[in-house]
Design a protein around this ligand. Structure first.
Ligand SMILES: [Zn+2]
Length: 89
């Protein structure tokens, strides 16, 4: 049986670490001093971004990748997930 794989267009991508790394990421203002359940860092070290496929904002962990395709669709990926799916080109 033949096999196939997805051919994807190149997307703009940048790895986010701190405010100012990406124009769409804003500061995370949490009244709580809590740790992130995904990465374990203080939530104060995180950012917020509006995702294209949702009306809600999503937290951005330090080290997450932010991808924007040719149609302006924005998505976020953890560093581990990004490296499983994408290669820099
Ligand atoms: Zn986090």
């Amino acid at each position: 049986m033949p096999k196939c794989k997805i051919i994807q267009e190149a997307q703009n991508c940048s790895q986010w670490f701190i405010l100012g790394d990406h124009p769409d990421v804003t500061g995370f203002n949490s009244p709580f001093q809590e740790k992130c359940r995904l990465c374990g860092e203080d939530m104060s070290a995180h950012g917020w971004i509006d995702l294209s496929d949702s009306d809600e904002s999503s937290p951005v962990c330090p080290g997450d990748w932010i991808l924007t395709n040719a149609r302006g669709h924005v998505s976020t990926w953890s560093d581990i997930a990004f490296k499983k799916v994408f290669k820099l080109c």
